[in-house]
Design a protein around this ligand. Structure first.
Ligand code: MYA
Length: 574
């Protein structure tokens, strides 16, 4: 198998290769780390129980200074900062577990902490020089200084490369002069240090700009706009940030000049996983609330939990949450082993935000009348959950990313094969590389050999649709070539297949491990949830697979285009 395929489970899967070694055995936290994080979680729970009033935060649109101070004292601002720089030095897995707990308690607090360390200071951890780390990390670890991530601009949301903020080298070459503005910056009202992305090449029509990442300290020329009024996460500070002739020392460049886009993407890969962990935490809280409610609430002489429609909802919630948790922590292990996890983290973000959205909606539905009333927490939690479908890459742009990034490898291979066919001698190496892969797929489909035999039905579904993903990818690329970049109906299907396949794979790995450790009866819950999730995913996979052949994509496009011309819904039955 070509070495490159081994570095990403999902990229390999798009080639039809099941890189089992990357997901089996399902990762486990070492005992000592588990104990340490357990102690930390107890402290976090106690702190939230006595100090954090989410209703008050929502109503007052702010988190009390005393709460922020308490969080800082607990070390929650420096969770992944190495101990030598004053942080807690947690692994990705443990960091996510703590963020999961925090998000399960209060979303505004989780987003404030996430904006600071999931993305705000992440570039420093990933790309900072020893000197930059020494200068900035200690104050960021204690929360004496707070960080923010400044990428988005009015004309550059999903299109991150379209930013206009620019930085010019000063005549003496010692600093950059930064001008421009950023919008919707979380922690924008009070952050002291910003990771800012700016063009360092002139804007040229049709050409991608060179982008550079900088650490910018609040100071002369840096100002914040007023706080935005938002649907949810009202305790967070979201503002515009203006940079006017800000002098940024050259030593504050993060990574290399002109290589800032990659810095932004790597940071976001990390951030998206933090968001997914947050969604696990809030979903768990909601599931608990839903279970309590259905047992307590009676209708027609029975508790509503006795009714089939309610049981159906609860089972669906549990199965999706199990898959989401498994995917998130499986991906965490890929971060810690330095694999390429860009597609996996985008998948976790999409799956996390959509699972949470469905769970919060169903929990509110189960609560019915009281769910809609402001005296109860449901409507606030629904408002808080909504942002996750939008920030850190909208789910639409991430679906396009998942599909196109996954298809890039097979696309390149096909081009190489075409070239090799034209130049058989020079292209021999490439051809043999492809031939190996081809031979594999002709010998039959790849197998998920390490799934426990009790999960063989689920494993067969996984194998079948892993093959389908690869063959569909190849068929689309052969038929449309580069035009696939414009084909969003197909991209959506490909992405949804990839999401479901990663979900099944993560459940197979985790549940196999549970069975090996605790036997069939001991792992009953995990087995059942894997079966339920796989059945749900299977329905979607079947539908997506058949939609490639038969669909109404063209008709839907035509209806949309006509609606743009009409400018509104065109009927009135009056
Ligand atoms: S922060 C703002 C979030 N913004 C975004 O996420 C922007 C979304 N846009 C993009 O990601 C990019 O622009 C896309 C590419 C993907 C659309 N990893 O030609 P390209 C490489 C590694 O495709 P474009 C916020 O909201 C690619 O391979 N590499 O570029 C925070 C290529 O490389 P090469 C990647 O068409 C809010 C190059 O880049 C990746 O311009 C606060 C160019 O690619 C990647 N992922 O667009 C959050 N992507 O040239 C707080 C691309 O070598 C969180 N590349 O081939 C708190 C959490 C708590 C939650 C609580 C919950 C309850």
């Amino acid at each position: 198998m070509p070495a490159t395929l081994e570095q990403s489970f999902m990229k390999a899967l798009f080639h039809g290769v099941i890189a089992e070694d990357m997901i089996f055995p399902f990762p486990e936290t070492p005992k000592e780390e588990r104990e340490n994080v357990g102690v930390m979680l107890d402290t976090v729970r106690r702190f939230f129980n006595t100090n954090v009033d989410s209703k008050k935060i929502d109503q007052e649109h702010r988190i009390d200074e005393s709460v922020l101070t308490g969080l800082k004292e607990l070390g929650l601002f420096g969770l992944q900062i190495p101990q030598e720089h004053g942080g807690v030095g947690l692994s990705t897995h443990s960091y996510l577990r703590v963020m999961q707990e925090v998000a399960g308690r209060d979303t505004s607090v989780a987003v404030t902490l996430g904006a600071h360390q999931s993305i705000g200071l992440k570039a420093l951890l990933l790309f900072g020089t020893a000197d930059q780390k020494k200068r900035y990390l200690p104050a960021l670890a204690t929360g004496e200084k707070v960080a923010a991530f400044a990428l988005t601009e009015p004309g550059a949301g999903s299109d991150a490369a379209g930013i206009k903020t620019h930085a010019e080298l000063s005549p003496d070459g010692q600093s950059f002069i930064l001008n421009g503005s950023k919008i919707w910056i979380t922690n924008g009202g009070f952050a002291d240090i910003f990771t800012v992305f700016a063009r360092t090449s002139p804007a040229e029509e049709g050409k991608k700009p060179k982008i550079t990442a900088f650490f910018v300290e609040r100071g002369k020329g840096v100002t914040s706009g007023p706080s935005e009024h938002k649907l949810g996460i009202r305790g967070t500070s979201t503002t515009e940030i203006f940079f006017e002739d800000v002098v940024v020392p050259r030593e504050n460049v993060i990574g290399e000049v002109g290589k800032g886009f990659k810095v932004a993407m790597e940071v976001l890969n990390n951030g998206r996983l933090g968001l997914a962990a947050g969604c696990v935490g809030l979903s768990q809280t909601l599931v608990k609330m839903a279970i309590e409610r259905v047992q307590e609430r009676r209708a027609f002489g029975r508790s509503i939990g006795d009714y089939g429609m309610i049981k159906d909802k609860i089972a669906g919630m549990l199965a999706s949450l199990y898959a989401l948790e498994s995917m998130t922590y499986l991906t965490a292990s890929m971060v810690d082993t330095k694999a390429d996890y860009s597609i996996e983290s985008a998948i976790c973000k999409v799956m996390g935000s959509e699972t949470l959205w469905s769970i919060v909606n169903e929990t509110l539905q189960i609560a019915a009348g009281i769910g809609y009333m402001q005296d109860y927490p449901y409507e606030r939690m629904l408002r808080d959950a909504r942002i996750n479908l939008i920030f850190e890459g909208t789910n639409e742009i991430l679906r396009a990313f998942i599909a196109l990034s996954g298809m890039a490898g097979p696309g390149k291979a096909l081009v190489e094969v075409a070239r090799a066919m034209r130049e058989p001698i020079k292209g021999f190496g490439l051809l043999s590389d492809f031939a190996v892969r081809k031979a594999r797929s002709m010998l039959g489909r790849e197998r998920a050999t390490r799934a426990h035999p009790l999960l063989s039905r689920e494993a067969v579904i996984f194998e079948e649709y892993a093959g389908e993903l690869a063959s569909q990818t190849e068929a689309l690329l052969r038929k449309h070539g580069r035009d696939i970049a414009e084909m969003q109906f197909a991209q959506r299907r490909i992405a949804d297949e990839a999401i479901d396949l990663f979900g099944i794979a993560a459940c197979l790995a985790r549940t196999s491990r549970a069975i090996e450790k605790r036997g069939e009866e001991g792992a009953r819950r995990e087995i059942d949830l894997t079966t339920v999730f796989t059945a749900m995913a299977h329905k979607r996979l079947r539908q997506n697979a058949s939609d490639y052949q038969k669909n109404d994509d063209e008709l839907r496009k035509a209806v949309a285009v006509r609606a743009y011309q009409d400018g509104a819904y065109p009927f009135d039955l009056l």
